[in-house]
Design a protein around this ligand. Structure first.
Ligand code: SF4
Ligand code: SF4
Length: 87
């Protein structure tokens, strides 16, 4: 299933953790305010979603359906990569 990550800019705290963990360098922090995903680079691996402390990243099927429950599941910082991350 092809997916890409989408950020809710209203919830993003611009910590940069998603950009740090992204293996595709698909995330940039816009004006230091919020993260933005380049969906042409994103491969939908979900690392950023799992690391986001604000729970504001959603994986979306390329046919338009969200695959996330919609709230912070407490899974943040569950991966080894995340534990080395920012903040
Ligand atoms: S889903 Fe993976 S490839 Fe896409 S932005 Fe997140 S970390 Fe990067
Ligand atoms: S990890 Fe979440 S809160 Fe931090 S910059 Fe990325 S989207 Fe924003």
């Amino acid at each position: 299933m092809k997916r890409y990550a989408s950020v809710n800019p209203n919830q993003c705290v611009a910590c940069g953790e998603c950009a740090y963990v992204c293996p595709r360098k698909a995330v940039s922090i816009q004006k230091g305010c919020y993260a933005k995903v380049d969906d042409t680079l994103c491969v939908g691996c979900g690392l950023c979603e799992r690391c986001c402390p604000a729970g504001c990243i959603t994986l979306i099927d390329r046919d338009g359906c969200s695959t996330k429950g919609g709230q912070d599941t407490g899974r943040g910082h569950s991966s080894e990569l995340c534990q080395k991350g920012i903040g």
